[in-house]
Design a protein around this ligand. Structure first.
Ligand code: ATP
Ligand code: MG
Length: 389
């Protein structure tokens, strides 16, 4: 039996005049994600997209997984292709949906006919197909309000398609339709989730990670690379910048009061990140901060960090509880990697008693002991670049 994927537009359908921009971006992203799996055709038919493999070696199961991870797809169906005859539609539905229907108690049939030359009208075809399925699966009952399985038969231009319940998609907007932003990514739980959430709104990602060799090792760096590879399943290509931060951290440690270390370090991260972000044509920064989670994330600390930022800083997790964040992290597949125990540059130098209510005047006074521009310039200059895809 020949299988295809049908994608219905979700939020994109609401975008009025800009709709075609969003649709084209979605088609482009789908092509990019599915091309490595074999040859295929993607057709647009009104508000539906039809993904049809054109060779037998096409990895259909992986395609289903990838469509489910593509932002801009609110729901989709895997469907089987039938000839445009009542007999074939009945036979294919009975065979293709056998497992689903055997495992259910109730069902309902709906039909759509965009080819008006098909001899039966939609309600007539639905009645015919429903009767057939009832005779083949006599344990079933019809429930028109809340069926366990909604059987759909769609009669279109060249073929008919038969499918069962829709599969929920990743939602959101196609990546690339909302500009670009740079995510400050650690190896922790939060920042990969923050990156995912902004990509879901259509934002393309650049990633920036700070390392402090020899205090942080290659395994910590690899962990971030692995996390980004998972995020890129949803977000597409990610330009990845690795910023050497040892000199800056040692200078802060040597010349600034210990309790101000964290907030001063975060201000340096923002300064470096902004330079890289601008070069990458990013219009905002993204972090995984959430109010009150740790000492550097009190309202006062965030205010002091923000003072060095000209760009907007998006913090999509700002009001989330850790449990909520962990739930998303598990769902998107980053959790197991995030909890691997390698040192991050933040944890290496963390003071014992960080100031939870830092004062901007004191911070600026402490920073005056440092060659701010020189430290930032050298860190950015020695940054390494890779592409994650
Ligand atoms: P996460 O779970 O994302 O590591 P966290 O709860 O550990 O967050 P912090 O260590 O205070 O919180 O970091 C806050 C944010 O700062 C992170 O979410 C991330 O955006 C950024 N950040 C922290 N460490 C790094 C790093 N080494 N490189 C780049 N960004 C970082
Ligand atoms: Mg962390």
């Amino acid at each position: 039996m020949k299988e295809i994927i049908l994608i219905k537009n979700g939020e994109i359908a609401l975008k009025g005049l800009n709709r075609s921009i969003f649709e084209d971006a979605l088609m482009k992203n789908l092509r990019h994600r599915l091309k490595p799996l074999g040859t295929l055709k993607i057709k647009k038919a009104q508000s539906t997209k039809v993904i049809a493999p054109t060779d037998d070696s096409f990895d259909f199961e992986e395609a289903v997984r990838r469509v489910g991870q593509t932002f801009g797809v609110s729901a989709f169906s895997r469907a089987c292709v039938a000839e445009k005859t009542v007999e074939d539609i009945k036979a294919k539905a009975g065979e293709y949906l056998a497992d689903q229907l055997r495992g259910a108690k109730t069902f309902k049939v709906e039909c759509k006919r965009s080819d008006k030359s098909f001899p039966l009208k939609s309600p007539e075809l639905a009645r015919e197909l429903g009767g057939y399925l009832l005779s083949k699966f006599p344990h079933l009952k019809v429930d028109v309000h809340n069926p366990e399985v909604l059987v759909m038969a769609e009669v279109r231009d060249f073929n008919a398609y038969v499918h069962g319940n829709q599969i929920p998609g990743a939602g959101g907007m196609p990546v690339g339709t909302a500009g670009k932003a740079a995510v400050l990514i650690s190896g922790g739980i939060d920042s990969p989730v923050a990156a995912y959430m902004m990509a879901r709104r259509g934002i393309g990602l650049t990633a920036i990670h700070f390392v402090s060799p020899p205090y942080t090792g290659p395994r910590a760096e690899q962990k971030v690379r692995d996390l980004l590879t998972i995020v890129s399943r949803y977000a597409g290509r990610i330009n990845f910048f690795i910023v050497p931060f040892t000199e800056t951290q040692l200078a802060i440690g040597d010349h600034c009061p210990e309790e101000l270390f964290t907030v001063i370090m975060r201000r340096f991260m923002m300064r470096c990140a902004q330079i890289i972000a601008k070069r990458e044509k990013c219009k905002a920064l993204i972090t995984g901060e959430s109010v009150g989670q740790v000492a550097s994330q009190t309202l006062d600390a965030i205010v002091c960090t923000d003072k060095v930022c000209e760009m907007p800083v998006f913090r999509p997790l700002i009001g989330s509880d850790k449990e909520e964040i962990i739930r998303v992290s598990r769902a998107i597949g980053t959790f197991e990697t995030s909890i691997l125990p390698y040192e991050d540059c933040c944890t290496v130098f963390t003071p014992k008693h960080p100031k939870t209510k830092p004062n901007l005047e004191l911070i600026e006074k402490a920073e005056a002991a440092l060659d701010i521009d020189g430290l930032v310039e050298r860190a950015v200059e020695n940054t390494l670049f890779e592409v994650i895809k």
